[in-house]
Design a protein around this ligand. Structure first.
Ligand code: NAP
Length: 295
């Protein structure tokens, strides 16, 4: 059996068309243009490319998009002051600080300094807490994208055995919480595995849906999943460069082996990645609507 490809890039395009229509309406009826600020500290090439992609998408949707790039040795206090400046800027509705930050900066301190109402990445403890109790304001973008992708491509989640590989604060933990909540595209039975799990394959082999966010290239092999499983590959791992210097990317799933066995699978690239950026746009639009008093 060959799997159905869950093309996040196509689903994301559909969602962006809906967002664009809402942005136009917000501008016409309320005179508000969504404003997104992305703060990048340093020159990490992967971070630069993520921030570029976010800005490009925001501009294409008609947002005011500002990329604020700061030197790698920016003192932590200056970064906190910059965040505060944007917290108080009425034209900025969403603030994103690109991770990872340089080692001398405490990333938790910086993320906690972002106003929860502008926290379009959904990383502030207030927003994490809201998610936990089932009253989310902003859902973290990658898990939000995964849930939308499952839902819009008709993959049943209710009652499914879901195994999440990885327990990071940005992917593993929040997707586990979201899929176990009561509600649409949720109500799943969720297991989370990590490096201290005794037998990862024992769990993944019995899962209806496997969500892999481990950061290990091609970690999940064909013999670690069951026939007919749905495989969501979050991993983006640079495994080399092409002759002309482009990054060669691999997911966390051995694609060819799992494609033969799965019912559905996300490609890398073109799967979860485009959904993540699109959910950032959705969150920023939501923040602008809150600002404009539009429900
Ligand atoms: P992370 O913070 O490094 O967390 C990785 C998690 O995987 C940890 O919980 C770790 O367990 C677990 N893990 C690592 N190796 C494992 C193994 N051999 N067996 C079982 N568990 C293992 O990573 P992340 O930020 O969640 O990102 C994961 C991947 O997704 C990366 O490739 C990243 O680039 C990618 N990503 C993609 C997007 C997107 O939009 N497409 C967004 C975010 C991240 P311990 O906790 O025990 O260490």
């Amino acid at each position: 059996m060959a799997a159905k490809l869950l093309k996040g890039a196509e689903v994301a395009k559909e969602i962006r068309e809906q967002i664009k229509a809402e942005v136009d309406e917000l501008k016409d009826k309320h005179g508000v243009t969504p404003g997104l600020v992305t703060i990048l500290v340093g020159e990490d090439p992967a971070s630069q490319s993520y921030v570029r992609a976010k800005n490009k998408t925001a501009k294409a949707l008609g947002y005011n998009s500002t990329q604020d790039t700061q030197p790698v040795d920016l003192p932590e206090a200056d970064l906190l002051a910059l965040v505060e400046k944007y917290n108080n800027d009425p034209n900025c509705h969403g603030i994103l600080v690109q991770l990872p930050l340089p080692k001398h900066i405490n990333d938790k301190k910086v993320l906690n300094a972002i106003s929860p109402d502008k926290d379009v990445d959904g990383f502030h403890p207030v927003n994490v807490g809201r998610l936990m109790v089932g009253e989310p304001l902003f859902l973290p973008c990658t898990p939000f994208g995964i849930q939308e992708l499952l839902s819009r491509s008709g993959q049943p989640v209710e009652g499914a055995e879901v195994v999440v590989v990885g327990r990071s604060n940005i992917v593993g933990k929040p997707i586990a919480v979201m899929l176990m909540q009561k509600g649409p595209a949720a109500n799943a039975t969720v297991t989370v595995v990590h490096t201290r799990t005794k037998d990862v394959a024992f769990h993944t082999k019995r899962a209806d849906i496997v969500i892999v966010a481990a950061g290990v290239p091609e970690y999940i092999k064909g013999d670690m999943i069951k026939e007919g499983a749905v495989i969501i590959d979050v991993g983006v791992n640079e495994v080399g460069k092409t002759a002309d210097g482009k990054r060669i990317l691999k997911g966390d799933v051995a694609f060819d082996e799992c494609f033969e066995k799965a019912a559905a699978i996300t490609p890398v690239p073109g799967g979860v990645g485009p959904m993540t950026i699109t959910m950032l746009m959705k969150n920023t639009l939501q923040a602008a609507k809150f600002f404009a008093g539009v429900s």
